[in-house]
Design a protein around this ligand. Sequence first.
Ligand code: HEC
Length: 100
Amino acid sequence: MKTLTAIALAASVLISGSAFASADLAKKNGCAVCHDATAKKMGPTWKDVAAKNKGQKDAEKMLAATIVKGSKGKYGKIPMPPQAKAQADAPALAAWILTQ
Ligand code: HEC
């Protein structure tokens, strides 16, 4: 498990350029307003998102697309508005979320 996390982190380092960029990226892109690792806010926790999507084929690609397009009806009644401004960071964010 530790190895997997390390690999995923290394992958997100390759994409984002820094090991700790992703938590900062989530803040920078305003995701942290609605999401937290473990505390339920307006959006699901990163842990819930990881649990729901881990093991799915192309999870990373799919989540990166979802971040940009928004999402509704998967976790509850509140929809997630499209985050088009996060497009460049979406792959790194998706990879990082899946390591939670
Ligand atoms: C205004 C609040 C809000 C903001 C800002 C927001 N989200 Fe969300 N997010 C939500 C809600 C609500 C859901 C659940 C939507 C649903 O039920 O389908 C969600 C769902 C998600 C999911 C799960 C999608 C899936 O298919 O499983 C991911 C990944 C995600 N958000 C990432 C992000 C990232 C990354 C950002 C920043 C770029 C972000 N969110 C910004 C509210 C927000």
